[in-house]
Design a binder for this molecule. Structure first.
Ligand code: CTP
Ligand code: MG
Length: 229
């Protein structure tokens, strides 16, 4: 039988950096629109073809609106109230994932343009036996690590990667990772799994998997979304 795949979409952030850029005029980040559809709806589209169930973590005041927004999705969707950090939002969503799920994909609502190839590469690595899979891309800028009082040292950019989502996990591994690190403020799930001593497998990401964080990101994504139609 085909292993069951659950998808978690953390969408409960407040989008503070985007709000800072646009003077807090727009709707909450997950409900911002690209080419007529919300970021959340785009993000769900990225993974729905492989997901047997989808659990979305939403801001408490948007649960009803987001539930309605996702009603047309032809997969079982549940919307849960997120937490004050991304990690807590994922943990709460994970609590609603069925016990029968073999694999869990965690995909940021803020990454609306991930192409299907990336999702396929993550799943292929899981199927081949990886416990935690991360799509990653090279970085273009030269990098410096900053310390106290303005001190900084150069990093070799060839030795770093920018990490994207969807990240894929064996369900049991992701559950253990979130149970063991309840107070940490990790910005992704692979870093929690790594603390268990489990290996993290990198697969090739895609530049279109960038995260909508600042106002300029919306400009780029809007142009990609229009071209895609
Ligand atoms: N997220 C979440 N719950 C939180 C914080 C973040 O579910 N308490 C989600 C966001 O909705 C987003 C993803 O995690 O889809 C990545 O987070 P980020 O890009 O940092 O979004 P925000 O936290 O909303 O933005 P900011 O940090 O600028 O406030
Ligand atoms: Mg954030």
């Amino acid at each position: 039988v085909k292993p069951q795949i659950a998808a978690i979409i953390p969408a409960a952030g407040s989008g503070l950096r985007l709000a800072a850029d646009d003077g807090a005029t727009g709707p909450p980040k997950a409900l911002r629109r690209l080419a007529g559809e919300t970021l959340l709806r785009h993000a769900v589209h990225c993974i729905e073809h492989v997901a047997d169930e989808i659990v979305v973590a939403a801001p408490s005041e948007l649960v009803a609106q987001i539930t309605a927004e996702l009603a047309p999705i032809r997969k079982p969707v549940r919307v849960v109230v997120g937490g004050s950090t991304r990690q807590e939002s994922v943990r709460r969503a994970l609590g609603q994932v069925k016990g029968t799920a073999a694999f869990v994909l965690v995909h940021d609502a803020a990454r609306p343009m991930v192409p299907p190839d990336v999702v396929d590469r993550v799943l292929a690595a899981l199927t081949a036996g990886a416990v935690a899979v991360v799509p990653a891309v090279p970085v273009s800028d030269s990098l410096r690590q900053v310390g106290e009082e303005g001190a900084s040292t150069a990093l070799d950019r060839h030795r770093v990667r920018a990490v994207q989502t969807p990240q894929g996990f064996r369900a049991a591994t992701l559950r253990a990772a979130h149970e063991q690190a309840p107070d940490e403020q990790a910005t992704d799930d692979a870093s929690l799994v790594e603390r268990l001593g489990e290996p993290v497998t990198l697969v090739e990401g895609d530049l279109r998997g960038f995260k909508i964080t600042r106002a300029i990101d919306l400009v780029v994504a809007e142009s990609l979304a229009r071209r895609q139609r």
